[in-house]
Write a protein of this length. Structure first.
Length: 207
């Protein structure tokens, strides 16, 4: 995955609570195990007319000023519902690398870190203020600095956020579960070598 250090980009306001994973990426798009190609189906039922397939013009990500948004400002309980990892895949493939919300569903929150997305919890009154500022369209440029754990809004106000130190380390260093395991490669090799010598039958091919 890609490391997250500092992100400066347009923030799109999604002023909705309880946005579940089926809203983020509907079930009919879960047949793939590829992490790419899902961005076009992000928020599919809100972005496209069910009959014609045409874009719904008043949905926030269909507006010209937000098509390149990299930050999403959302309401409470974002990412609730099923545990599908396709939800962060779709956000990331669209270009969203950070979500600001008062609260997240636990599994979605965990999946974000494993895919290089930074979910930031902030008090509801702060989110309400940022939601309003994100409504400025192409002028809604935010900067998220993971190292300093700050969000700077379009007016220059700097807001601090809390984050678990281990999760921060993983994002800064682009470490998903596989990356963390590979860091122990030397110890794994030493163990397997020792076990091969002491219990060789475990490594013999069945025949």
């Amino acid at each position: 995955m890609k490391a997250f250090t500092t992100l400066t980009g347009i923030a799109a306001p999604l002023d909705m609570i309880n946005v579940d994973t089926d809203m983020i990426i509907p079930k009919q798009f879960l047949k793939t195990i590829q992490r790419t190609g899902l961005g076009k189906n992000l928020f599919h039922e809100m972005r496209y007319d069910a009959d014609s397939g045409a874009e719904i013009s008043d949905f926030v990500l269909n507006k010209d000023q937000y098509r390149g948004a990299e930050i999403l400002v959302a309401g409470d309980n974002f990412g609730c519902g099923s545990s599908r990892e396709h939800a962060p895949w779709a956000l990331l493939d669209f270009g969203i690398r950070c979500v600001l919300a008062p609260s997240f569903a636990d599994i979605f929150y965990n999946n974000c870190f494993k895919n290089g997305i930074l979910p930031i919890r902030l008090p509801r009154e702060v989110i309400d203020r940022l939601m309003d500022k994100a409504g400025r369209g192409s002028n809604a440029t935010f900067t998220v600095d993971l190292e300093s754990q700050t969000v700077t809004d379009p007016d220059g106000e700097e807001i601090s956020f809390e984050l678990d130190a281990f999760r921060k380390h993983c994002l800064l260093n682009a470490l998903d579960d596989i990356g963390l395991t590979m860091q122990k490669g030397g110890k794994i090799d030493t163990f397997e070598g020792s076990q091969t010598a002491s219990q060789p039958w475990l490594y013999r091919a069945a025949g």
